[in-house]
Design a protein around this ligand. Sequence first.
Ligand code: HH2
Length: 284
Amino acid sequence: MVARYPVELELPTGIVKFNEKPLLMGIVNVTPDSFSDGGQYLDPARAIAHGEELVAQGADWLDIGAESTRPGASPVGVEEESRRALPVVEGLAQRVPVPLSIDTYKAEVARRAIAAGASIINDVTGFVDPAMIALAASTRAACVCMHMRGTPATMRELADYTDVMATLHEYFTDRLDAMDRGGIARQRIMLDPGFGFAKRTTHNLTILQKLAELHTLGRPLLVGVSRKRIIGDLTGQPENARLVGTIAASLAAYYRGAHVLRIHDVAAMRDAIAVVHAIEHHPG
Ligand code: HH2
């Protein structure tokens, strides 16, 4: 088992110390077209109830997304994304005691979500938009900086790497510098290799296998493989039958030092972590 880099994260509510167990980020997709649960929680009341249920199951954070980023998804505008996301952020902020992240690459949506109660910006485009950097700098929000190439519409053709780990190192070094220059304190940033975003299964496997190499960047690592194509490729299962594969891949990430696991099936993940954690830390 690889030791998790003993790193801290600053949230508006205080410092998160990552030590032994990874945090579980439960996924709340308020979309008609997410790849595995599209349409199930488009109604705000259902999305809020789902978020509450995930927290009851053990989610440490909730990630609220209102635009699908699956390969080939079509973008939505600021108003539509806000209309979907904001009532859910607002409702959950009043009902659950855990931090909420807004999964968006649009600075205006992030701004509105923070005003509604979100405290983490989860930007799958890695804060390439200077407006997103400026927004994060002007708030106390924590930031998830994810690696991808192109857009969900184009990323499939861009999944070509000579050395995917070297690419990630260069990319994150560059993004951390840009965020530094933009005034975002380093201790507010988490890094995410972006499984499935401009990556084929071979790249996803390499990154999972070598995840611990990213500890040299000195920031918490977030891993999101839940129900993704890599699991389908390895198991032959459709999205609704990828739970076992998801748990296996997420445990592999845990063993390699992931700090946060982004997951649809929180209860199952919680149980799996409880078991391996007990084995790892049993006094013998
Ligand atoms: N994956 C998805 C969306 N957002 N954010 C981060 N930081 N890391 C990820 O791996 C990640 C993410 C895609 O999964 P999902 O939200 O289930 O699907 P969709 O984008 O179709 O809504």
